[in-house]
Design a protein around this ligand. Structure first.
Ligand code: CA2
Length: 146
């Protein structure tokens, strides 16, 4: 079983600013947590980060036939991107949405999530741990579908 983990714009800068919201750990630490969680779940993982909406759409499309599920933190594109929503719907792969912060308690403009409409579950406000839980949940979810 193989999962694609997608991270959207500016998440490559984790650990450099806003530690009160996103913590002090950097993007390398996040990638390590994701790889460790995948090993724990016994799944293969590919991690992708981009600051470009079209590149994220291309990567989601490329997952069709190559991956069994997607974990996605679309970052700011969560709140704006119908293109990412459509790509998630088009590939028909189970997807889980992750946010490091608890977007439900933040600004009004963060209250809409387009990506969520194509996701089977959302984890938010758990810091990096949300990615681990998403990977474990997705493995379980896919096995139950069989
Ligand atoms: O909480 C999350 O994971 C978010 O997806 C993070 C996005 C934000 O736009 C979403 O509303 C919630 C922002 C990621 C920006 O990451 C930064 C990294 C370093 C310094 C500042 C921001």
């Amino acid at each position: 079983m193989k999962f694609l983990v997608v991270n959207g714009p500016n998440l490559n800068l984790l650990g450099t600013r806003e530690p009160n919201i996103y913590g002090r750990q950097d993007y390398n630490a996040l990638q390590k947590l994701v790889r460790d969680a995948a090993a724990e779940a016994g799944v293969e993982v590919e991690i992708f980060q981009s600051n470009h909406e079209g590149a994220i759409v291309d990567k989601i499309q490329a997952a069709m036939g190559d991956c069994d599920g997607i974990v996605i933190n679309p970052a700011a594109y969560t709140h704006t991107s119908v293109a990412i929503l459509d790509a998630l719907k088009a590939v028909c792969l189970p997807a889980v949405e992750v946010h490091i912060s608890d977007v439900s308690t933040r600004e009004d403009f963060r209250q809409i999530s387009y990506a969520r409409l194509a996701c089977v579950k959302t984890y938010m406000g758990l810091g990096f741990e949300g990615y681990r839980q998403a990977i474990l949940f997705l493995k379980d979810y896919i096995e139950k579908q069989k």
